[in-house]
Design a protein around this ligand. Sequence first.
Ligand code: AFP
Length: 361
Amino acid sequence: MANSDSVSNGTASTRPDLGDIKTLEQFILEQQDRFPHSTGAFSRLLRDISLAAKIVNRDMRKAGLIDIYGSTGETNVQGEVQQKMDALAHREFVLALRRGGECCLIGSEEHAEAIPLDTSSEGDGKYIVLLDPLDGSSNIDVCVSVGTIFSIYRLPDEYDEDEPDLDAALQPGTEQIAAGYVVYGSSTMMVYTTGNGVNGFTLDTSIGEFLLSHPDLTTPKTGRIFSINAGYYHSFEDGLCDYLDWLQEYDENDPNRPAKTRYIGSFVSDFHRNLLKGGIYMYPATQSSPEGKLRLMYEANPMAWIAEQAGGRATDGHTRIMEKSPTKLHQRTPLFIGSEDMVRRAEAFLQGDPDRVAAGE
Ligand code: AFP
């Protein structure tokens, strides 16, 4: 999108013309053309997801004007208070995927069990979608950025798409065929990978299309930002406290120290900022969340793949996130994700061998 929306004298002057822009749909179709035997089912599935994201975006922009602030009064399967927007976003994604017919099984943060979809009428129903429909939703009432995270798997051959066994969803992250997120921030962006790099699309609300704005996204190898809820410092393991102390030390030979804390408390937004600027996001085990807080299947795995595809790294401190074997849909995991050098150093501290990564390199 060269020459788009340049700003001069404080006003947006030029707008991209048709020759400059590429819509998400055009991009997906171009990718599809690379595979001669493609049926288009996967492209339609991505279209369904992007449609639900646009609807969630539209509804969210009206929060405060219509009755979608606050909680439903229910708790979700995690025992967390469910926000009205959580329930609405879950509903929109399930509806879009059901209508599209390409997905036979959905796993959602907002639903205790995986949801089988009737695939008898439309589409091939060969795909499984795992999602957190609205991450960071406790931030909505105060106008802070939130997001959607999704992960797509193929239904393994041994399962029947008309009656998919719920265990079909329990695949390691290495089996993902697409992963992405939508950040509903100062603008709304969808970022995704199919294992061929990472691309970002910004929603142009005036025409209702996601437009390619961040082609071939890569993340800096290191950075100056660390994102963690330091309120839990006293329940972190010693290695992590040492790493946090190290990050905050001044070192005249290291331009990235002292590092800067940035923590929104909305994983998608924290991750997105760090992806673009360089940094590390950490949600470790704590006293109240001994297995960490974030969910392996629909938060950690998709973001881990995006991070890796952009040149970053994601582990639980010891094991690569995408190689963890899931045993349940809502499984949690500690998570250290972001710029490769920063994650490697965090691992070195956590494994009691901080000198493994030389300072200032
Ligand atoms: P909510 O969806 O309940 O707001 O939780 C958001 C989240 O899962 C993730 O987006 C944040 O990074 C993390 O929780 C914040 O948790 P803490 O409040 O414990 O720091």
